[in-house]
Ligand binder design. Structure first.
Ligand code: UDP
Ligand code: MG
Length: 317
């Protein structure tokens, strides 16, 4: 196939119930644009019939390519695989569950032709998400942006258009643990924003439950900020100052009014308090050390088991 103008990259993890509908809806939109395109589906270790559904599509449509990963590597790795293998002048990551409305692609392409290298989709209405997801997401963005640079725009997901030179910039980032939202904003470039309302899932279930989202948030913060490490220096200075002042007060009081019997309760609470603080500090350090450990191993981000284009097997490095 000739070099396509746009490449769609769709990570799929257990999406057997939606891929066909997704393909039909996206194809209708893409056919309205007089651009050539390819659709790359990354099968991220699905345990259902997603791969069979995808094979049906790729047999019938030559613009469909399947990258089948050797197991579940996570959405960030699947997106990385898609970015590495896409050939288009512009690349659009899009969820397979139709939560990212395909008609926005038309706006993306318009802004891209207007000279923007990045066109992001901002959710103005998240009422399709649960209340707790909305609250935790908004807390995450606030906290992340108060300590990490560059800021990530809130309510902007992975659904966006990026030009070839942005893809090249992203590929310069060698990290193993890839928090794509952060990576996308780290590389910069001229960005346009398109607003939309987030739809509920067309079918199937979300892969991101509370625990996975929590780890995702930790990933984002530790990947783009060292503030959680530095805070201990200031906390330590504050606590030792308090201890020093308190110690001086005790000494002066003892000199003026004789020996006071030290209280068991106050000593115990001080020991527990400082013990707790130190463990939290160690825990934070542990988070970063764990990440350094995973990074220095230098393992590839994903492994391709098969590629419907039948290229030689390759990995991200
Ligand atoms: N996904 C993936 N690998 C995973 C989890 C999810 O490729 O390990 C894909 C999934 O198939 C979907 C997209 O990432 O296309 C977003 O996942 P999901 O809809 O579960 O997340 P949510 O929209 O609920 O945040
Ligand atoms: Mg979804």
């Amino acid at each position: 196939m000739d070099k396509p103008h746009i490449s769609l990259i769709c990570p799929c993890h257990n999406e057997q119930r939606v891929v066909e509908q997704f393909f039909i809806e996206v194809e209708t939109i893409l056919n309205k644009l007089s651009l050539s395109y390819e659709m790359i589906f990354i099968n991220d270790g699905s345990t259902d019939a997603t791969l069979d559904e995808l094979i049906k599509l790729s047999t019938a449509h030559k613009q469909v390519r399947i990258i089948n990963l050797s197991r579940n590597f996570g959405k960030e790795a699947a997106l990385t695989a898609g970015l590495d293998l896409a050939k288009g002048d512009a690349v659009i990551p899009i969820d397979a569950d139709l939560q990212d409305p395909p008609e926005l692609i038309i706006d993306f392409v318009r802004e891209w032709k207007n000279g923007f290298d990045v066109v992001v989709a901002k959710r103005v209405d998240r009422s399709s998400d649960t209340f707790s997801k909305r609250v935790t997401a908004s807390l995450f963005y606030k906290f992340h942006n108060s300590i990490a640079r560059p800021e990530i725009p809130d309510n902007v997901g992975d659904f966006r258009l990026i030009s070839r030179r942005v893809v090249k910039a992203i590929q310069l980032l060698p990290e193993n643990q890839r928090f794509m939202k952060g990576i996308f904003s780290w590389v910069g470039f001229k960005t346009a924003v398109v607003e939309y309302t987030r739809q509920p899932r067309a079918a199937g279930e979300t892969s991101f439950n509370g625990w996975r989202l929590w780890n995702f948030a930790l990933e984002g913060i530790t990947s783009f900020s060292t503030a959680p490490l530095r805070v201990w220096l200031y906390l330590g200075v504050l606590l030792s100052t308090i201890a020093f002042v308190y110690g001086s007060v005790i000494i002066i009081r003892t000199m003026m009014s004789g020996v006071d019997l030290p209280g068991y309760a106050s000593i115990l609470s001080a020991i527990l308090f400082f013990g707790g603080i130190q463990l939290i500090g160690l825990g934070v350090m542990g988070e970063y050390i764990g990440r350094i450990y995973m990074e220095v191993k230098g393992r590839p981000v994903y492994i391709v088991e098969s590629d419907s284009d039948d290229k030689p097997k390759k990995t991200s490095d």
